[in-house]
Design a protein around this ligand. Structure first.
Ligand SMILES: Cc1ncc(COP(=O)(O)O)c(C=O)c1O
Length: 383
C-alpha cells in the first residue's frame, strides 16, 4: 500500500543504516557477525528467573510513570556509592525504555527551533537525527585521531549563544575512548557561567578496563546540576532486547523530562523493573567490567600477529582495528568485501561521521562468546 497524500519527511536524509545493511549482508553470506553492538550470550539466569517470578506474582499491569520505586532506590544507592552524588529516587530518576528513549525524551523536553547541540564525531548514529527531529541543529566536533581525545580549545571556540546542549558519550562508542577527570574539569570550564545543558550518554559506564575509573558527569556538582544523564540496563546486564534503562537529572529538569515521558511511553515493562530491583539487592551484580575485560583480552590475544593495527580500547565493548597495512580500499568497501568474501562482518567507522572521514578503521564488537570470537579472529589473522 502507499499513502496517496504528499509526505513531508521530518528526516529526509535518514535511510537504512549501515548497521541494518551489514547485518543483512552477514546473514546472507553466513558471516561471523562482529558488527552488531550487542552480546550473543544470555543474561544472568537469576535475572530471568526473577522476571518470571514477577509475572507469576501478578506484576503485570502498568508500573508507576517514573518507574518501580525500589529499582530507582537501588540506582540512587549505586550513584551515591560510585560517584558521591546524592540523587533523589522520587524526583530525579526515571526508568525508560532503554537509553534511546531517554535520549529522545531528554531532547524532546529541552530543544527548540534554532538551538544548537554540539556532538563529537565519530558519533552514535541516533544523536544527529534526534536533534534534527526536534528542530535543533547538530554542530560537529571531531575527536582527535588516533586516540580520539577531545580538543577542548576547539570546543570553547565552537560554543556560542545558540549552544543549548553539549552531548558527551563516555565510555565512547565506537572508539572505546574513556574520558578522564581532567576532561570533566575542562568541560566544567567551558560551560561555567552559561545555561548550557549537558546530555551525558553513559550506557557503557560499567564496561571499563585496565583499572580505569568511570568519571560520571554526576560526580562533579557543577556539571551534575546541568546534566541529563542516560544509562542502559540492556548494556550493563547483556539483555539489550529488554530495552530498559534510566535517566537521571536535577529535579526541575526531570519534571520537564517526565512531562514528555508520560505521553510517549507512560511507563516501562513492569516485570523487568521488579526483577532488576530484586537482582540489584546484591550490589556486586553491577560489576561486569572484569567479565568484559576478559573478553577484550581474549579477542586481542586471538588476533595477535594479524596485519591489522589495534587501536587501544579502554571501555565499551568495541575495538577499532586499522587496516592501513592490508589495503587502500575505503572502509565501507573493505567492510562489505570482508563480509562477502571472507565471511566476517564489522562496521566501517566513517559512517559515524557527518563529513567524509576515512582513517581506514573498522569497529569490531567483542561482546560475543568464545566460539564467535575464535571464528572471527581466525579470519582476521588470515588476511
Ligand atoms: C552510545 C550508545 N548510546 C545509547 C545506546 C542505546 O541503548 P539502549 O539499547 O538502552 O536503548 C547505544 C546502543 O548501542 C549506544 O551504543
Amino acid at each position: 500500500m502507499q499513502y496517496p497524500g504528499r509526505l513531508h519527511s521530518k528526516l529526509p536524509q535518514v535511510g537504512t543504516t549501515i548497521f541494518t545493511e551489514m547485518s543483512a549482508l552477514a546473514a546472507e553470506h553466513g558471516a561471523v557477525n562482529l558488527s552488531q553492538g550487542f552480546p550473543d550470550f544470555d543474561p544472568d539466569p537469576a535475572l530471568i528467573e526473577a522476571t518470571q517470578r514477577a509475572m507469576r506474582d501478578g506484576h503485570n499491569q502498568y508500573a508507576p510513570m517514573a518507574g518501580w520505586l525500589p529499582l530507582r532506590e537501588r540506582i540512587a544507592e549505586q550513584v551515591a556509592k560510585r560517584h558521591g552524588c546524592e540523587v533523589n529516587p522520587e524526583s530525579e530518576i526515571t526508568i525508560t525504555a532503554g537509553a534511546t528513549q531517554a535520549l529522545c525524551t531528554a531532547m524532546a523536553a529541552t530543544l527548540t527551533e534554532g538551538d544548537e547541540v554540539i556532538i563529537f564525531t565519530p558519533a552514535y548514529d541516533a544523536y544527529a537525527p534526534l536533534i534534527e527531529l526536534f528542530g535543533a541543529t547538530p554542530v560537529y566536533i571531531k575527536l582527535q585521531y588516533p586516540d580520539y581525545h577531545i580538543d577542548w580549545d576547539q570546543l570553547a571556540r565552537m560554543v556560542s549563544h545558540k549552544t543549548k546542549m553539549i552531548l558527551l558519550n563516555n565510555p565512547h562508542n565506537p572508539t572505546g575512548a574513556v574520558f578522564s577527570e581532567e576532561d570533566l574539569i575542562q568541560l566544567e570550564k567551558v560551560v561555567s557561567g552559561s545555561n548550557i545543558l549537558i546530555l551525558s550518554d553513559e550506557v557503557y559506564e560499567h564496561i571499563i578496563f585496565d583499572g580505569r575509573k568511570h568519571h560520571s558527569l554526576l560526580s562533579r556538582p557543577a556539571l551534575a546540576e546541568r546534566t541529563l544523564a542516560v544509562f542502559s540496563f540492556g548494556k550493563t546486564f547483556h539483555m539489550t532486547g529488554w530495552k530498559i534503562g534510566y535517566a537521571i537529572a536535577p529535579e526541575n529538569l526531570m519534571k520537564e523530562f517526565r512531562k514528555v515521558h508520560q505521553f510517549n511511553v507512560f511507563s516501562v515493562h513492569r516485570p523487568s523493573q521488579v526483577a532488576l530491583a530484586e537482582f540489584l539487592q546484591d550490589d556486586s551484580h553491577w560489576d561486569v567490567g572484569s567479565m568484559y575485560a576478559a573478553k577484550r583480552d581474549e579477542f586481542l590475544s586471538l588476533i595477535e600477529g594479524s596485519r591489522f593495527t589495534i587501536l587501544p580500547t579502554h571501555g565499551s565493548y568495541f575495538v577499532l582495528l586499522n587496516y592501513d597495512g592490508i589495503t587502500e580500499e575505503k572502509d565501507v568497501d573493505f567492510a562489505r568485501r570482508l563480509t562477502i568474501e571472507h565471511k566476517l562482518a564489522s562496521i566501517p567507522v566513517s559512517v559515524f561521521y557527518n563529513v567524509p572521514t576515512d582513517h581506514k578503521v573498522l569497529r569490531f564488537c567483542f561482546a560475543k562468546n568464545s566460539e564467535t570470537l575464535q571464528k572471527g579472529a581466525e579470519i582476521i589473522k588470515s588476511l
